[in-house]
Structures are given as C-alpha cells and as structure tokens.
Design a protein around this ligand. Structure first.
Ligand SMILES: [Mg+2]
Length: 219
C-alpha cells in the first residue's frame, strides 16, 4: 500500500474537459482587435492560441506590438471566453470527479491555465472544499514561461502544503515530467482524448478514470 500525504491535480482534461482550440483562437483574435489589429496573420493567431511565446514574439517587429501588452489582452480574453463557456455548459466537469470525495488526502490543483479561469471553474462546480491550494498561471508572459513542465507552480503548491510526499495527477506527458522534476510521484490519467498519447517517461500510475485512481491510492 502506497500512501501519500497529498494528491495534486491538473485541471484541464482531469477535472474538466479540455478547452476547444477554436475558443482560444477567437480569444487570440479578439486580443489582436484590442490592439487595433483587425486582420492578424493566421500563423500569429495560432501561436497566440497555443501559447507559443517564442514564435509569437514576432509581433514586436511585424506589428510593432509589445509582446507583454498583447499577451495581457490575450489572457484577459481567454479567461473571459473560458468562463463564459463554463457558465454555458460548454466545458463540463468529468463525472468521475465525485471520486475526490473518496480521497482522504490533502488535495490541491496546479494548472497551466490562467489562475482566474481555474478559480472560476473550481467555484462554479462547487469543488472548493476539496482543495487547500488552487493555482493557475499568472496572466503575464512570465506566468506563461512558468508553465509545466517548469516546476514553479507545482513547487509553490507543495511548499504551501508543506510536503513532498505527494503524487501529481495529469493527462499530459508534461504532467509526468513536471512530477519527475519536482521529485514527486505521477499518475497519468489516460482519458479518451489521450488514447494514442505516447509517454516519454514512465508514470508511477496509469489509470483511465479518477475512480480507479482513488481505488489505487486508498486500497
Ligand atoms: Mg491537462
């Protein structure tokens, strides 16, 4: 039996369904409009939607638009679009999130999504009582550069919880990687959208549902 003091969860693809790429493209375009760019090149919209900062930095030369200024708008638009989607039922909770109640561990959320988006989701679905610590990225270029597999936000959560006796639960290869870098165990949640995902690092656990994970962590 393996016990942990804490279980830390990823957000998108674990607690709630993924955000549609088209929503993020619309947010990126709206942010360009905020800066007077009515018809941005598709490639830049794609870089902005995907958060590819190094490629997006071309806007400084090509559009004379400071990256930090554009990114602040992009994040504000992404938060607004996503919270609207949640409120409209377009970003539903996974049914097996009920398994959180079966985990006596201390719990936290660490996400690459914006903090305000994650906080809205946790509050909207009434999950707040489960978690001691909820963290998404700061809506800045610096915040984006600290996304997983960088350990910044996971380290902060573990410091807040006061333990490294923990497992990080995520649905992406970067989640397994960030757990490794932070020195904690990992659980890869292979939901249907990850059926073909190949991991480059072996997770401590691989499960298809949070229900199975809860069984593995409590039996
Ligand atoms: Mg995820």
């Amino acid at each position: 039996m393996t016990t942990y003091e804490a279980v830390v969860f990823d957000h998108d693809g674990v607690l709630v369904e993924l955000t549609e790429m088209d929503l993020l493209r619309r947010a990126a375009r709206a942010a360009f409009e905020d800066h007077g760019v009515a018809d941005p090149p598709d490639a830049l919209v794609e870089h902005a939607a995907r958060g590819e900062l190094d490629d997006l930095a071309r806007i400084e030369d090509d559009l004379d638009l400071p990256l930090a200024d554009y990114w602040a708008s992009r994040e504000a638009r992404a938060i607004a679009h996503q919270t609207d989607a949640v409120a409209d039922g377009a970003k539903p909770l996974y049914d097996d999130v009920t398994a959180l109640a079966d985990l006596p561990h201390r719990k936290a959320v660490v996400s690459n999504n914006q903090h305000d988006t994650v906080r809205f989701v946790v509050d909207h679905y009434g999950l707040g009582d489960h978690f001691e610590h909820v963290a998404g990225r700061d809506p800045t270029v610096e915040g984006a550069r600290r996304r997983k597999p960088e350990t910044h936000y996971l380290d902060a959560a573990l410091d807040e919880l006061g333990t490294r006796d923990a497992v990080y639960v995520g649905d992406s290869p970067k989640d397994v990687e960030v757990a490794h870098r932070a020195g904690v165990d990992s659980a890869f949640l292979r939901r249907s959208h990850r059926a073909d995902t190949v991991l480059d690092r072996e997770p401590t656990y691989e499960v298809e549902t949070l229900t199975t994970l809860a069984e593995r962590l409590t039996d």
